[in-house]
Design a protein around this ligand. Structure first.
Ligand code: GSH
Length: 122
């Protein structure tokens, strides 16, 4: 009996570890995230801290002192406010747009973040 329990325990652990491996293999590559920002910009701060909380690396392009960057942002987004956030070439919009996507559960897949496991008992 003890032998059977030991075998079951070991295979349970093995399946657990295989699950982790499969989850890692399924994880999408981290996309390129770009945040156009300015120095004084509460919405930029919120956008960056949301990305940081999710552990996402992003490139920040400060348009304050760079007119050509500002033109690039306006051309790509058709908007003048900051932040403007891009995930790969997908234009997310500003902070509110990103927060809305997050609330709808649509941001993590765009960011290549694996779905969070729940502790739900079925
Ligand atoms: N709803 C926008 C608001 C962004 C916003 O108001 N940004 C300010 C700076 S924090 C701005 O760019 N103001 C100048 C403008 O709207 O042209 C968002 O969530 O990103």
């Amino acid at each position: 009996m003890a032998g059977l329990i030991a075998v079951l325990w070991t295979s349970h652990k093995l399946i657990d570890r295989m699950g982790d491996h499969i989850r890692n293999l399924m994880r999408l590559p981290m996309p390129k995230v770009v945040v156009y920002s300015t120095n004084v910009c509460p919405y930029c701060v919120r956008a960056k801290s949301l990305l940081q909380r999710k552990g996402v690396t992003y490139e920040e392009l400060n348009i304050d002192q760079d007119f050509s960057l500002m033109e690039q942002m306006i051309e790509k987004s058709q908007r003048r406010s900051v932040p403007q956030i891009f995930i790969n070439d997908y234009h997310v919009g500003g902070y509110d747009d990103m927060a809305e996507l997050d609330a709808e559960g649509k941001l993590d897949p765009l960011l290549g973040i694996a779905p969070q496991e729940t502790d739900e008992v079925t």
